[in-house]
Ligand binder design. Structure first.
Ligand SMILES: NC(=O)c1ccc[n+]([C@@H]2O[C@H](COP(=O)([O-])OP(=O)(O)OC[C@H]3O[C@@H](n4cnc5c(N)ncnc54)[C@H](O)[C@@H]3O)[C@@H](O)[C@H]2O)c1
Length: 362
């Protein structure tokens, strides 16, 4: 079976980044390049990429998708596929995903199915995508408001991470990235909550270090378990509750970013860990404090535990339809997978989260 390894380049120097990234094209006989971006990355990030593509003398086309999670759909994928067809893309065409997790997930999915698979590169432009979404080879789109219901495993040939892209990221999406880093801090990456709190988009040195550590941590886990049979599941900490909140937001047109939802999920799943596995309650206090300091979530999203429970029952991480299995933290803080938690306890964790969110509002 194939693995999901990709060449990963991280540099906060633009010239180094350009030349390393350009060398990847130089290495292969690509016939043409299609760039997938959204309206924002077309504006802020595409001009930098144009330089390399022109320099290599490649034929290239650009597809600009609508920005935002609500466009991570099969319909948008079909439009992209139609564009590839119209522009004569072959199996030797390289797709470059220039954007956040939405662009990388959707573009990776299209690359995995178009003509049974074409090569692609990820050039992540959000904190979530640089620290997490662009690596590891999970692709996907949402369906009927269920997150990532349709997807594949298909690794990019390479991932080029240039932290300076983050300087134009809106505050809400910067915060979203902090949510995913919050998860990494809790599951054993060498990233402290203090280090996350101190990050600034324009202070690229510490930022590059934290992204490097998240990438190192994730890569080691993905290499050991590419298709999520066991250990890779730990990367889903915070996501059982987080995905349910995101799905509810999609259903009701309520705005929340992926990372904000994951941060809320980290709180609820830490609560579950205290109750189910005797994790020290001081961890929950620390986690709650960090959450209150950085995130502000609409209380409407957590006021109906029964609906959130229903959405959680769809989670791909469950082994059966009526058993909910969030990732938990054991007594010594290490992540544990395949632990079934009662619906009554999950309801209590959601009530705890809701009260915390109301506290933030008040
Ligand atoms: N495949 C994985 O392993 C994995 C892991 C984590 C998250 N994800 C997915 O990632 C998605 C969330 O990622 P995201 O937060 O990056 O979302 P996103 O791609 O929707 O980007 C968020 C917003 O930022 C804008 N933007 C992107 N780069 C910019 C820049 N440099 N300057 C200005 N604006 C910019 C985008 O246009 C968009 O409006 C979710 O769908 C989530 O499920 C996937």
């Amino acid at each position: 079976m194939k693995n999901l390894q990709s060449k990963i380049i991280i540099s906060d120097q633009f010239s180094t980044f350009l030349s390393l990234f350009g060398d990847i094209f130089f290495d292969r006989k690509s016939e043409s390049v299609v760039v997938l971006c959204d309206q924002n990355t077309a504006h802020y990030c595409l001009p930098a990429l144009q330089e390399i593509i022109r320099e290599k003398g490649l034929v290239w086309n650009v597809f600009v998708m609508n920005a935002g999670e609500e466009f991570k759909t099969l319909h948008q994928s079909q439009e992209m596929i139609q564009f590839l067809l119209q522009t004569g893309a072959t199996r030797n065409t390289v797709l470059i995903n220039l954007g956040g997790g939405t662009v990388c997930d959707l573009g990776g999915f299209v690359a995995s199915v178009y003509k049974r698979g074409i090569p692609f590169l990820n050039l992540p432009t959000t904190l979530i995508a640089q620290a997490d979404a662009a690596i590891g080879g999970k692709t996907g789109v949402n369906h009927l408001t269920i997150k990532n219901l349709i997807g594949t495993f298909h690794a990019p040939m390479a991932v080029g991470i240039f932290p300076q892209f983050l300087q134009t990221l809106p505050q809400q999406h910067w915060k979203s990235g902090l949510g995913e880093l919050f998860k990494y801090a809790m599951i054993g990456a060498d990233i402290s909550l203090q280090a996350i709190s101190a990050l600034q988009p324009n202070n690229t040195q510490p930022l590059t270090g934290v992204i490097q550590e998240a990438v190192r941590f994730k890569t080691a886990i993905v290499d050991a378990d590419p298709f999520e049979k066991g250990p890779r599941k730990v990367l889903n900490f915070g996501h059982t509750v987080g995905h349910a909140i995101e799905s509810l937001a999609l259903e009701n047109n309520l705005g929340i970013t992926h990372g904000e939802a994951v941060a809320a999920g980290v709180v609820a799943e830490t609560y579950l860990s205290v109750e189910a596995l005797d994790l020290n309650s001081s961890v929950l206090n620390k986690v709650s404090e960090f959450f209150l300091q950085h995130f502000s979530i609409q209380p409407e999203l957590t006021e109906d535990p029964a609906r959130l429970l229903q959405l959680m029952l769809h989670d791909k991480k469950n082994r059966s339809h009526d058993a909910i299995q969030p990732v938990l933290l054991s007594q010594n803080g290490e992540p544990r997978v395949n632990e079934t938690v009662s619906q009554e306890l999950i309801t209590r964790s959601l009530v705890f989260l809701h009260e915390l969110i109301q506290k933030r509002g008040g």
